[in-house]
Design a protein around this ligand. Structure first.
Ligand code: NAD
Ligand code: MG
Length: 382
């Protein structure tokens, strides 16, 4: 039996991870679950998977949940301490981090210190602190197995090959709901239009990131740290069918691609079973049904977030942390209808421009910069 801690179990990746586990109950044991505030969903998950411990965001929710669970033998923790305590439980084989945002960073670091392998969906961990996370993972002999479909694809395309033979990686992007639009058409788009992703059903934050193409920008940074690449080795192309999840071009001219249906359970299944290939019942790819695969250049002018991410990565140091913090706040404001679609890149650009870049950061510095940038973006608007 493999013992799994699942952080962010009530979200899109979290519930799909439980779906994968549900199909392999003879192999996996869920020892802990967590969420921010969806305690009704969490309660159902607890009754089904009977974990030892769970964590929620605040004390009030913990008390409420404890009351609901009277008679069940499960420890209910709360706050950041509760979350990190889950990574310290005995006999854990894998921590699946499906939290959204920089909130996932400290739990990732804690799992690394505890020498627990991590299946990582939380890309913001690597965007904000990729250098430290990868260094510490190496030092502690911890595997970081990517769940993000593009990175899971690259991980698979690299198997059996040598990183020094890689020319470049090609990250594919669906293009989001506004592919083919020009700037004048996007000024007044609504939240529900932006949430209407053509290919994937995901949490709200990443769905907006996909509409602005910031998601691909964050993924460029994620790829840099996961696979130790130079920025020039990371290319983005639009592939609307989302069948090729990414590719690796080798120096001999061979390009290896990973293909699968647009079902996040496939990369989740791969990451949690790695290094084994295990059968599942998910619908298999039918290339005749897909019929054709097409590719386009990204429209950097209409979707400025992608270049902002490349720029932040090029400067390096604290810039990707600033990019991420400003984006998290701007997306939240867009979802609350406080700002418009194009205010998202505008606010990020202001935050990057105002920031004095810092190098040689530790995790404490990164959290502090994140907080400062959040305040600054709120103040820019109010
Ligand atoms: P989601 O919003 O659906 O779920 C997020 C989960 O994190 C929930 O369980 C929520 O309760 C918890 N959470 C939120 N804020 C928290 C906080 N401050 N502290 C503790 N827990 C908190 O998000 P999602 O779409 O599942 O995405 C999760 C991560 O996976 C993101 O980093 C996203 O970029 C990445 N990802 C998602 C997909 C997808 O298909 N959804 C694909 C690739 C990568
Ligand atoms: Mg992705």
């Amino acid at each position: 039996m493999k013992n799994i801690v699942l952080l962010g179990s009530t979200g899109s990746i979290g519930t799909q991870t439980l779906d994968v586990v549900r199909n392999h109950l003879d192999e996996y044991n869920i020892v802990a679950l967590s969420c921010k505030s969806s305690i009704d969903i969490l309660e159902k998950q607890i009754r089904e998977f009977l974990p030892q411990a769970v964590a929620v965001h605040d004390e009030q929710q913990a008390l409420e949940l404890r009351k609901k669970l009277t008679g069940l033998n499960v420890e209910v923790l709360w706050g950041l301490e509760g979350l990190t305590d889950l990574t310290k439980l005995n006999k854990i084989d894998l921590v699946v981090n499906a939290i959204v945002g920089i909130a996932g960073l400290i739990p990732t670091m804690s799992a690394i210190q505890e020498k627990k392998d991590i299946a990582l969906a939380n890309k913001e961990t690597l965007v904000t602190a990729g250098k430290i996370v990868m260094e510490q993972a190496k030092k502690n002999n911890v595997k970081i197995l990517p769940i993000d479909s593009e990175h899971n694809a690259i991980f698979q395309c690299l198997l059996g090959n040598n990183l020094k033979d890689v020319n470049k990686v090609i990250l594919t992007a669906s293009g989001g709901p506004f592919r083919g639009y020009d700037k004048s058409m996007l000024g007044n788009i609504t939240v529900s239009e932006a949430l209407n992703h053509p290919k994937w059903s995901m949490g709200k934050k990443i769905t907006i990131d996909s509409a602005t193409l910031m998601n691909k920008g964050l993924e460029v940074i994620e790829a840099k740290w996961l696979f130790n690449l130079d920025i020039e080795q990371i290319e983005v192309i639009i592939h609307p069918e989302s069948i090729i999840h990414s590719m690796v071009e080798y120096k001999d001219g061979s390009v290896i691609a990973q293909m699968a249906n647009t079902d996040m359970r496939i990369p989740i299944h791969h990451a949690i079973h790695y290094p084994y290939r295990v059968a599942n019942s998910f619908k298999k790819l039918d290339l005749i049904e897909v019929s054709k695969l097409t590719f386009e250049k990204p429209d950097y002018y209409t979707f400025p977030c992608l270049n902002l991410a490349y720029e932040a990565l090029r400067i390096g140091g604290s810039m990707p942390t600033v990019l991420n913090a400003a984006n998290e706040v701007a997306v939240e404001m867009f979802l609350n209808k406080t700002i418009g679609f194009y205010d998202i890149p505008k606010l990020i650009e202001i935050a990057l421009d105002q920031h004095q870049v810092q190098y040689d950061l530790n995790i404490h510095d990164i959290i502090e910069i994140d907080n400062l940038v959040r305040d600054l973006v709120y103040k820019t608007i109010t």
